[in-house]
Each structure stands twice: as C-alpha cells, then as structure tokens.
Design a protein around this ligand. Structure first.
Ligand code: ADP
Ligand code: ZN
Ligand code: ZN
Length: 731
C-alpha cells in the first residue's frame, strides 16, 4: 500500500505531498508516522491511502513507523487542512500544526502511566510474621496494604522506602500494575447544577436555531439575557442525539467559568483545550476528545480544531471578539473554519453576542445568517444605568486624579452597602510612559519604536510589544535631568490610589502581569466571585462574559482610549467594550450602575453605547464603512515587509510595490486604495516594518493570489514578507 504524506517541515520546498509505502494495517488517513526524509527521520501525517503510486515504486521509501494505534487526525481534519491551505494561504505543514497539540508533535509528552501495588492473590496475613525481624519497613508496608488495598507505588516508595517495596514485589507478596491516568485540569472546579427552566424567549431561540434552514444563527442577546443557558440547552440536545459539540469563548480566562457550567451539567463529557494547560493535561484532554470519551470541546480560538467527530453544534460566544482572528501565521478567521466544520458535519453554528461585529450583523441583515434576538435581561431586569462623568469639568474643578467625584461617591456607596465593584482600564503597569520634564524625551524600547511602561512592583520599564525589561532610570537618558514625569495611569497605580482612598477595601488586580501563572486567571476570578475582595481592577480581560452576581458598580476610567486609535474599527471596538464592561453590573439582585469617564461626552459612539442602542450605532457605522470603502464592503489587504536592515526592507518594499503596481494599473477599478509606506509602528523587535496597503473588492481570488505569490517570492533569507487579509490590528 502507498500513502500520501505531509511532512512536518515549514519550508516551501517541503510544501508538497510525498509518497511512501507501508504494510502496517493500522496506518490510515490521519495517522501520524515517522518517515525518512533526505537523511533524516521526520514526523508526518498520512493524508491519503492508495494502492498505486505515481512515483516509480522502486524509489518510494517505506514508512518507518506509525506513532499511534488509531489515526490522530480525523478524515474531517485532513479535509479542513486542505481547505485552509487553499483559502488562508498557509503551507501544508503550517495547517497541520493547528490540528495537533504542539507537545504531541515533537513526541515530548506521552500518556501518563501510574504504577500501583496490589497484594498477590494468595497473600496471607500470616506471611508477615515469617519475615525477618529487621524487615520492619516491609512489614509496615504489607500491613498498610492489607488495610488500604491498591496503593500508588510512588506513595509507597515515599512512605516505606523503595527497597521495601521492591523486596515485597520480588518475594511475590505484591504485584505491580500499570494504569493510564488522565491529567485533568481544574480538578477543583465544580458548580452546582442550576435548575433552570428556559424562559419562553430562550425556548423560542433554541427552536429557531435548530429549525432554521440556514447553517448559522446570529444570537443577538443583551448582556445577561441568558445566552449561556441557550448554549447549554443546544449542547444538551446534541449530546442526546449522540453528537458532539464545540463551545468557544474569546479568552482563556473565561474557559474555567464555562467549564464549570458544562461539568455541572455534563460531567466528564466536557474537555478543555487551551494553551494555559500543562503539556500533559492538554495531551490527555485532546485524546479524550479524539477517542470519543469526551464529547464537548471547550476553549478559546484554537479549540475550533478540536478532534471531535459527528459534530452537532458549534457555538462561538462573544463572536465579535478580536481574538477569533488569528494574527500570526497561520492566519484564519474562526467563523470561516467553524462554517466549514458545520457544513461538513451537517451541524448548526451559533454566533452569540450582545454587540455583534458589524460584519456579522450585515450578514444577518442580508439573510445569510439567521437572526435571533434576546432583547431583555432575564426577569426583565433593567440594564445598568450609565452616568457620564465629564473629565474636562473635573480638571476645571481642580481634580487631577483619575477618579471623577461621581465615581468616588458611587464607590463609597457600593462598598458601604457590601456590594462589589469593577474598575476597568485598558492599560497595565503603573504609568504608561516616563517623560523627562525638562527636554520632553520619552523613554523608548531600543528594539521597538514604542514608549516604555513603568511597572512599580518590578521597579522596571517594560516594553509591552516585545516584553523587554529595562532598569528604571533615575535621570533622563538624553539630558540627565532628574525631573521625570509619569504620563498615563495603569492598573497598578489605580490599585495604589484606590487603596489610599479605601484603606479597608480588599482589591484584586487582573491583567496580563497578574495572570502569568498557570490558572492565574482562574484564581483571581474565583477569589472575586467568592467575595474575597471588594474591588476588581482590570484590563479588557475583565470585560467579557463574567457573571458576578454581587457587582453593582462598574467604573470605566478612560472610555476614550480606544476611540482615538487610527483604526477603522476603533468606533466598533469602543462600542463593544463599553457595552461589555457595563454588562458586568447589576446582573443579579441589586440594580447596577456604571460610571463612564470621558473627555468627549458628546461623542456619538459613547452616546449610543450608554443608551444600549446597538442598531442605532450599527446603522451609522455601516454607512460610514460603505461610504469610505472599508470592510465589510471591501477587503483590506496588507503586505508586511520586515527586516533588521532598514535599507533591505525599503528596497524590498520598492521592488514588490513596483511589481504589484503594474497589476494595479490594469485592475484599477477593483481597488479603493493602493500604496506603500512605513508601518504605524516602524520598528518592532529590531525589525524595521514597511507595508503595502490595499483596499480591494471583496474576496477577489485573482487579487489575493497575485499579491500572495508576488510577496512569497520576496520572503527569503532575513527578509520576512507576509500577506494579511482584513487584519484585526493595523499597527
Ligand atoms: P448572557 O450570557 O446572555 O450574558 P447568562 O446566560 O450568563 O447571560 O445569564 C445571566 C444570568 O441569568 C445567569 O446568572 C443565569 O444563571 C441566569 N439565567 C439564565 N437563564 C435563566 C432562566 N431561564 N431562569 C432563571 N435564571 C436564568
Ligand atoms: Zn531630558
Ligand atoms: Zn520592545
């Protein structure tokens, strides 16, 4: 027999299908194998099995070994891999890597085998007394075994010494067995099963999702409208039909909360996949899904590649979230992959959000998605009232702190009444920048063209782009002046100031710095939901999805921050962020309140957000996109040219631009914009960045192919050229 194999090498020369021969009958489409490649042995995946080969049979080499007893990849994964290769412009090996946990590919993790001691069948208590007097430990061990039965060898070794254990085995008193044991993440995680009866609206939503002849439904439900219960119900129905489910959330931080709800309802049938797990846990959870033992995959973006078969439902919660677009190669949009999988399996796809992306809402308007709305909170609880605090007036009144008087008063009221508050600020660290008061010099990263952020706890300057860490300065590096100013407040300083204002309050901070450790997110969130703290200060990590019943106040410190990004999506992002953060308030008993601080209180987006007028916002935004020629009406195609040698980057940009220009000149009617320039961040991690930016007609395969294949020719040596389609981040 012969096999078509993709080898795990990301080099364009290796981006082909290679033929090998085999006799091992366990080898099938999807099997992981080791094959000879040049003079090396390389891992690969069988993507097709056949009886004849195209290459001359005498030259075809045999597969060296098969790595798993059952194929690691499903037939669907192999088909999806091929689809991604064609639509996302990735090599076969790059696509392949999406489907296997990284540590499995390199064979670094194996199943966890645990060894146990069991007393031999014929063992009799009287044998203990026959042991030599000095064999105290052996006697103790055997007594223990008589009392407790099956015991972990590792435990026995520790307690009685490995010598004693070995002797008992040698004498035949005990036998050692080996068992595969799953490493399960979040073992302590559990939730009581809520006995919830769906409301009429929720039931109608479930039915509409299942009965529509459309593949995908946009579930547009305000925060707290009970979308999660709708998801759980849909998953339940799928499982009852013997099918599987994929449930995606935008942030790793949200997976434990969802997992606990799934476990409460479905027990071990839920498995979690995300990069924050240990290698062993990920490996085991992955195999639990692959083997069909677990039926529900939950995770962030990459869990869309979960190895489940016979999928009945795919849910993308908070579908508008930017994290669903992969920003580095392989670049893909999760909804596209989900659409492929839903089609392949005849499954339903649900995209849920209180603030749908304008792209998705347009799809719903055009009828490509089925639109289902949940316009009210559960029990008709009102959405929290949002008060605007005009920070210009605060400054005029002489308040130079980051807290408006309104927020301060509300905080006091909230804490006095024993409730909890959330303070949101999208800036971590202590101060955003350090500026010289004399010459105005801003401390920058030497590797990147960005300002450094001061972190007080570490007493260091950190680059938020490359992670580089510098010693804090005591004097300006340009003029030597000792007068340094801090510009812009970060979460560390907010906690510091709050603690001064409310010395009694317990405050938690959640941002990338406090969640570095394994299960770090989980620990902070559970402490807060167990009311071990009164205030939670955080970045956008705390904006999404969390359900804290005792939060009655949300403070948004700087609502304008994201408005002023020079990105066509900044209005949309601001609207979403405000609605999402505000939605954390007043979800259970008490009415919630939100204080939104801004320097532009009359801004249209803010006005729409505080009125919860999504459709009003959407109409306005979509008309602007249409008039100006931006997505979802046109595609943004960006070619990024990076090199540590600026001249080489410029030359490459010029050459590629010249080549594309002739194509542009022949196809001008398809372009709204075509130009080459420095990227907004002109240097990152020592690489100079130039770009060719285009706005083109949507989904034009000819343009995309031309741009991609031209760019690839220049992607050589130390020059990195890559193409992005509608990137989320244009910096
Ligand atoms: P969303 O995901 O839309 O923000 P959730 O699903 O988290 O909303 O629901 C908000 C709150 O309402 C949760 O505490 C949830 O347990 C509760 N809830 C949802 N559906 C019902 C229902 N049918 N009856 C009672 N409570 C419900
Ligand atoms: Zn200076
Ligand atoms: Zn840097």
């Amino acid at each position: 027999m012969y096999a078509d194999v993709i080898v795990d090498i990301v080099r364009s020369e290796a981006d082909k299908i290679f033929e090998y021969s085999f006799t091992d009958e366990t080898i099938k489409t999807g099997s992981r194998v080791i094959v000879p490649f040049g003079n090396k042995k390389i891992e690969g995946i069988v993507v097709n099995v056949k009886t004849e080969c195209e290459y001359s049979p005498s030259k075809v080499k045999p597969i060296i070994e098969s790595l798993d007893p059952v194929p690691a990849l499903t037939a669907e994964s192999v088909a999806l891999m091929d689809y991604m290769r064609k639509t996302c412009y990735v090599s076969r090996a790059q696509a392949l890597r999406l489907f296997l946990p990284g540590e499995m590919r390199k064979g670094k993790v194996k199943e966890q085998i645990v060894r146990y001691a069991i007393l031999s069948d014929g063992f009799n208590r009287s044998e203990i007394s026959l042991l030599r007097k000095t064999a105290v430990k052996q006697k103790e061990f055997l007594e223990y075994m008589l009392e407790n039965g099956k015991t972990k060898i590792s435990f026995a070794n520790e307690k009685f010494g490995s010598q004693a254990v070995k002797s008992c085995e040698a004498k035949g008193y005990i036998v050692v067995t080996e068992e595969k044991e799953n490493r399960s993440p979040y073992l302590t995680l559990s939730a009581a099963k809520k006995d919830i009866v769906l409301t009429e609206k929720q039931t109608a939503a479930v039915n509409e999702i299942l009965n529509t002849d459309k593949l995908a439904t946009l579930l547009f439900g305000v925060t707290g409208s009970g979308k999660t219960e709708v998801y759980l119900n849909l998953i339940d129905k799928a499982i009852r039909q013997g099918k599987t489910a994929i449930m995606l959330v935008p942030e790793i931080a949200l997976t434990p909360q969802m997992l606990s709800q799934l476990r409460a309802r479905f027990g071990d049938a839920a498995a979690i996949l995300h990069s924050g797990l240990s290698a062993g846990e990920r490996f085991d959870e992955w195999w639990r899904l692959r083997s069909g033992e677990a039926k529900i995959a939950i995770g962030a973006r990459s869990a869309i590649f979960a190895p489940v078969e016979n999928v009945g439902i795919i849910i993308i919660d908070e579908e508008h979230d930017g994290s669903y677009t992969s920003e580095s190669a392989p670049r893909y949009a999760t909804a596209d992959v989900a659409t492929f999988r839903a089609k392949y399996n005849g499954a339903k796809l649900v995209l849920g959000s209180a603030t749908p992306s304008v792209d998705s809402f347009l799809f719903a308007e055009k009828g490509e998605y089925n639109l289902v709305s949940l316009p009210d909170r559960i029990n008709k609880k009102p959405l929290p009232q949002v008060d605007i605090a005009d920070m210009r007036q605060e400054v005029r009144r002489g308040n130079n702190t980051v807290f408006s008087s309104a927020l301060r008063e509300e905080l006091k009221r909230c804490l006095d009444s024993g409730n909890q508050a959330i303070i949101f600020l999208n800036q971590r660290g202590y101060s955003k920048t350090v500026i010289c008061a004399e010459c105005g010099h801003v401390q920058k990263c030497t590797e990147c063209d960005v300002a450094l952020t001061y972190h007080k706890e570490e007493d260091a300057l950190l680059c938020h782009y490359c992670g580089a860490k510098y010693k804090m300065i005591t004097a300006c590096t340009e003029c030597g002046s000792k007068f340094l100013k801090y510009g812009g407040t970060g979460t560390e300083k907010v906690v510091y100031d709050l603690q001064k204002m409310f010395p009694e309050a317990k405050i938690l901070r959640m941002d990338r710095d406090t969640t570095k450790n394994k299960e770090g997110h989980f620990k902070i969130l559970s402490a807060f939901s167990e009311r071990k703290a009164d205030i939670l200060v955080g970045t956008q990590m705390i904006a999404k999805g969390h359900d804290f019943p005792f939060v009655t106040l949300v403070g948004i410190l700087d609502a304008d921050m994201s408005l002023h990004f020079s990105d066509f999506r900044s209005a949309e992002r601001t609207y979403q962020l405000i609605t999402q953060v505000a939605g954390r308030s007043g979800r259970a008993g008490n009415a919630g309140k939100v204080v939104l601080q801004t320097y532009s209180p009359d801004n249209f987006v803010l006005r729409k957000a505080i009125a919860y007028d999504y459709e009003g916002f959407y109409r306005h935004e979509i008309s602007i996109r249409k008039a100006t020629g931006f997505p979802p009406f046109y595609d943004i195609v960006r070619v990024m040219i990076k090199c540590d040698d600026e001249r080489a980057a410029v030359e490459t940009t010029k050459a590629l631009y010249g080549e594309l220009l002739s194509f542009y000149n022949q196809n001008k009617e398809k372009f709204r914009f075509f130009g080459a320039m420095k990227a907004p961040i002109k240097k990152l991690q020592s690489q100079y960045r130039y770009q060719i930016l285009m706005r083109t007609e949507k989904n034009d395969k000819e343009i995309l192919d031309t741009v991609y294949y031209s760019s690839e020719k220049y992607n050589r040596g130390k020059i990195f050229v890559s193409m992005e389609i509608n990137p989320n981040n244009l910096s």
